[in-house]
Design a protein around this ligand. Structure first.
Ligand code: CMC
Length: 444
């Protein structure tokens, strides 16, 4: 592996006239897998690589997050997620992703107070909410108002790749992380017709989010430290996860030089889908549909039936082919939260645990290496905390924002050009438009 970067692969392309040779250098990271640098393939041969789901394609180099899907390992800037989740807070891990190292105490204090200051939204932003139906999905409100924020901060048309300083990029990254909880909480409150709550300078990042969701003007609201810590850890578990579809969307949009509010709005749209961030909402829908432990076998029969599109939501992952390390942590947080709320007998928990047990012993899941993912228990925790399921993906988006902006910054600062995949064209070959038949009775 060590001499991989020096090696150049040479292929004799037998199907091309004269058996053309193509030379492609290796590309090495600090941990596997290593790659083949395909950038000159088309120039050398006129050929393109075909990999629509990116199963064998690295779209970028990144120093942020490393996932070993076989061993079930997740590292942020080299630190295992288990250690970060146990010993650090969400803002510390956000700083780590943005700047490469964990902050010292003074830096963290400054970052926390910057987050508090920037958590306020321009008063005009309230008006955007009024344009939505009260029963709009909060992800629709988040997506729309987030894109609208670009009109309040910075030059909306400045090319972020050439005309923006590093300081300004850091400010936009800070603003996005700081303002997302306020947008998310307001989307929830607007939907319920509740007064919109302003951020509090007294509370930490996660506590502030709960305050904006649950407090009422004129009534004292005291954060429960166990729930605040649990919420902070849930956010840390979602903070970044390599080049998943929403992150790739943020990078792709950003490669055109557009402002980061628009990029993150694009990421939110991609996250919304049930195969990605929408899965924790889908897990609870599934648990509701199953209803009781006795009905699990019938549901599993549907999941195993290849003619039936039913999937076990919260199971399986494109990268993890062994345990998702976030799932075990999420399970532990779930127990802590339910204990704290005196809800140990939550029927969803009993059902989920039995479902997990049965699936892990089922040949269908064992043979396909399908394990619970981060979403399997998160919905149960959020619902127990009083958060409606339509808000689950919104929280995922809030938590993922630090990852998105760190990835966006890394992409812009790497000097990457505009992303432009090629395609294999499968439509008709060139043909001429047939002459029109003479039309009768039509006046010109
Ligand atoms: N239930 C039943 N069968 C499954 C499941 C599942 N949850 N996941 C995969 N399979 C089967 C799939 O049908 C296929 O079977 P076969 O080989 O017979 O055709 C095999 O396992 C391989 O699956 P795949 O579709 O190639 O896997 P993928 O990498 O394309 O899909 C996934 C990954 C996450 C979209 C999929 O596992 C899934 O739909 N899971 C349920 C939704 C879910 O929980 N999503 C959250 C993902 S984690 C959060 C995040 O990081 O965004």
């Amino acid at each position: 592996m060590a001499d991989f970067p020096q090696k150049t692969l040479e292929w004799q392309l037998r199907s091309t006239p004269g058996g053309m040779a193509v030379r492609l250098p290796g590309r090495s990271g600090t941990l596997p897998p290593q790659g083949i640098d395909m950038r000159t393939l088309h120039r050398q041969s006129g050929l393109v690589s075909f990999d629509p789901g990116f199963g064998s394609t690295a779209s970028c180099e990144s120093a942020l997050t490393y996932i070993d899907g076989e061993r079930g390992e997740l590292l942020h800037r080299g630190y295992p997620v288990e250690q970060l989740c146990q010993h650090k807070t969400y803002p510390e891990v956000a700083w780590l992703l943005l700047h490469g190292e964990l902050p010292d105490a003074a830096t963290l204090d400054r970052f926390n107070s910057d987050l508090s200051r920037e958590a306020f939204l321009h008063e005009q932003v309230r008006n955007f909410f009024n344009g939505f139906r009260r029963d709009s999905h909060p992800m629709a409100m988040l997506c729309g108002t987030l894109a609208a924020l670009s009109s309040f901060h910075g030059d909306q048309t400045a090319d972020q790749r050439h005309r923006v300083t590093a300081e300004e990029r850091d400010l936009r990254a800070l603003q996005l992380i700081a303002k997302m909880p306020t947008l998310a909480a307001w989307a929830y409150r607007y939907g319920r017709g509740l007064p919109l709550i302003y951020p509090s300078a007294e509370l930490p990042y996660a506590g502030n989010m709960l305050h904006m969701l649950f407090s009422m003007p004129g009534r004292e609201w005291k954060p429960n430290p166990v729930l605040v810590r649990a919420f902070d850890r849930i956010m840390t578990l979602h903070i970044d996860h390599g080049q998943n579809v929403s992150t790739s969307t943020v990078r792709m949009a950003g490669s055109s030089g557009v402002n980061p509010f628009a990029c993150v709005a694009a990421g939110v749209a991609a996250l919304w889908g049930p195969a990605h961030g929408g899965a924790n909402e889908a897990v609870l829908d599934m648990l509701d549909e199953i209803g009781t432990v006795e009905r699990i076998p019938a549901y599993m029969a549907r999941v195993r039936d290849r003619a039936d599109p039913t999937r076990l939501m919260g199971f399986g992952h494109r990268i993890y082919r062994s345990k998702d390390p976030r799932a075990a942590l999420m399970r532990a947080i779930c127990h802590e939260v339910l204990d704290e709320l005196g809800a140990r007998n939550d029927p969803h928990l009993a059902l989920a645990m039995e479902l997990e047990r049965i699936a892990l012993e089922d040949d269908y899941f064992v043979n396909r290496k399908l394990y619970p993912n981060v979403d399997f228990y998160s919905g149960i925790i959020l619902r127990a905390m009083g958060i409606p399921s339509s808000m689950f993906t919104v929280f995922f988006a809030v938590a993922r924002t630090a990852g998105w902006v760190a990835q966006w910054k890394e992409m812009v600062e790497s000097g990457a050009g505009i992303a432009r995949p090629r395609q294999i064209y499968t439509g008709p070959a060139r043909r001429d438009v047939p002459p029109s038949a003479p039309r009768t009775g039509v006046q010109s």
